[in-house]
Design a protein around this ligand. Sequence first.
Ligand code: ATP
Ligand code: MG
Length: 361
Amino acid sequence: MKKMLWKCFICCVSGKKQEKRHSRDYPWETYTLKDLLHATNNFHNDNKIGEGGFGSVYWGRTSKGNEIAVKRLKAMSAKAEMEFAVEVEILGRVRHKNLLGLRGFYAGGDERLIVYDYMPNHSLITHLHGQLAADCLLDWPRRMSIAIGSAEGLAYLHHDANPHIIHRDIKASNVLLDTEFEAKVADFGFAKLIPDGVTHLTTRVKGTLGYLAPEYAMWGKVSESCDIYSFGVLLLEIISARKPLEKLPGGVKRDIVQWVTPYVQKGVFDHIADPRLKGKFNRDQLRSVVLIALRCTDSNPENRPSMVEVVDWLKGGVGRRTKEITGAEDMVDEEDEDNDDNDTNFERCRMEQSNFRRRRT
Ligand SMILES: Nc1ncnc2c1ncn2[C@@H]1O[C@H](COP(=O)(O)OP(=O)(O)OP(=O)(O)O)[C@@H](O)[C@H]1O
Ligand SMILES: [Mg+2]
């Protein structure tokens, strides 16, 4: 795999043939090291946006005046080079409104640089737990549109990309936000290409604690449903602004699914919403999103929905979808929907809870 990717990658950076391919298949720009040093003020610390496992990310402006984000590989190692090649290879294959676009890259000497569109509204993590959290820029409609957008990006990777792609590192810092707060799923360095007919692969566990599906964390079994589990965690994080994993006094760790469970069992969905929303959220949607998230994080991967179903449920969202989401028989009829706001429909809550408990055991 590495050889194949690398061959393809080398071909991408150097060959004349490749230049032709760029202009035909990919809207990539060819950058020189000088271009990128100039754009980022020699990778000046003031230009640094953030740092991750791969390296640092810098803001820059090209000579044409375009804003870019440049990811700079921290240290050369076989593993890091592999991630670089995977990212470039995969980004070259995908085009979707909810996936971060690759503008180009540079590989020469010890430098490995990936150039992306700059996302002026940073990442979801910055708004939920980071520097921009206090600004409360994510109102309820924005949160819903980010949830739907990232679900659509992921559904494209799972169902429309050829071969299908499992992302393997779905998390809040890998969902970036453009000027309109539209979600762009980023970071394909951990991704796996899944040949046709293969249902799952066994691999070394990568990804981020708190988002890992149990079968993946324990046995390295990777399939689309691992991404769906991580997406379920992300959904809960988007609506509650709780971290996926919290350290309780005494050092015990509690994940976000454990945190949300008692509220669902008691039917007190309002308690799950981010307090910074100050009660301004759609109660039907909130309940619906929680139930979708719980389906996604079912401990049995076979009970998890596909991303296409998730997109459909998130878009159709409210009451009448509840039956589909939970699989319960009665649920909401259209007339009931007006009463949904007050969470006093105990019968429905009871059914949701018992169905929820059944699924988690
Ligand atoms: N295209 C971009 N536009 C704006 N900000 C970006 C862009 N790409 C990355 N960032 C910012 O840089 C930070 C670091 O990104 P990076 O992907 O290197 O690390 P990470 O996502 O935090 O962790 P990991 O290495 O596990 O993916 C991100 O949190 C994000 O805020
Ligand atoms: Mg990242």
